[in-house]
Ligand binder design. Structure first.
Ligand code: DGL
Length: 283
């Protein structure tokens, strides 16, 4: 069983970079009373271009760091790291581990044309996890898996709708539309930040699915089942910044392995807090 960590302990969340902030936003909205620690591994992104071993090693190092911070649950806010490292982390950690799951099941349920597009990193596209989900939930659908090299870097650099970003998105999305896809799965946590640009290209008829909210709900269920919810604060509780260390109110802390100002700037912009303190994550 899981160790008793006490319900005021933080929840650890990590991604290859800043894309996992799209998941952090959903978690913070659903669980405003929880303290959260976010680690972005921007110095080593994109994971999609790395070997499976490398992704597993980085995931392990970040998980160990978060465990040292006393987290009571771990969210892998990265599809690529989930595909490569989730099962090993689940086997070896004694806290709940929640991973990402591309929205194949809901897409298969709502698609009328029977054609579903999946945008993800090459590593996720090649993963057994995606293959398994497709076999299980979308056997009688046409699933068009589109790897999207370059998109993670655009988000990491804070370019959400510039010329190159739009060119890449057109290259990846237009062939899916031409094949009559009526559901588009965002299988990478960086991509929800490109939603306005994706809409501009894909139009308003197509359904676009991402998994930040379902993951936040799953986290809620798991915390509840394991009696790990922080019940100490009620509705009027406000989350503080991590500079206020003397009180016990919920806190959100941010770490990044990169010292590049562009990454920190993009992180603050996506989190919508220009003053947000970001600490350096060294391992
Ligand atoms: N946000 C990560 C994901 O969901 C991006 C992976 C990468 O860095 O290539 O897969």
């Amino acid at each position: 069983m899981f160790q008793e960590k006490g319900d005021i302990c933080p929840i650890g969340i990590f991604d290859s970079g800043i894309g996992g902030l799209s998941v952090l936003q959903e978690i913070n909205q659903l669980l405003p009373h929880e303290s959260l620690i976010y680690v972005g591994d921007s110095a080593h992104a994109p994971y999609g271009d790395r070997s499976a071993d490398y992704v597993r090693k980085r995931s392990r190092q970040i998980a160990d760091f978060l465990i040292d911070q006393g987290v009571k649950a771990l969210v892998i806010a990265c599809n690529t790291a989930t595909a490569e490292a989730a099962s090993e982390l689940r086997k070896t950690l004694d806290i709940p581990v929640i991973g990402m799951e591309p929205a194949i099941k809901p897409a298969a349920e709502l698609s009328k044309s029977g054609v579903i597009g999946v945008l993800a990193t090459q590593r996720t596209i090649n993963s057994e996890r995606l293959l398994g989900l497709t076999e299980r939930y979308a056997k009688n659908k046409k699933v068009l898996a589109q790897a999207c090299p370059g998109l993670v870097e655009q988000v990491e650099n804070g370019d959400l709708a510039g010329k190159r970003t739009l060119t890449l998105l057109r290259r990846y999305i237009e062939p899916l539309l031409a094949q009559n896809a009526d559901a588009l799965i965002l299988g990478c946590t960086h991509y929800p930040f490109l939603m306005p640009a994706i809409r501009q290209i894909a139009g308003h008829q197509i359904r676009i699915l991402e998994t930040g909210r379902p993951v936040a709900r799953q986290l809620y269920r798991v915390l509840q089942q394991n009696a790990l919810l922080n019940l100490n604060y009620q509705d009027n509780c406000r989350k503080t910044t991590d500079t206020d260390t003397d009180n016990e109110e919920p806190v959100i802390s941010f770490y990044n392995s990169s010292n590049d100002r562009r990454h920190h700037q993009a992180m603050r912009t996506l989190w919508k807090n220009p003053q947000q303190q970001i600490k350096h994550f060294k391992p």
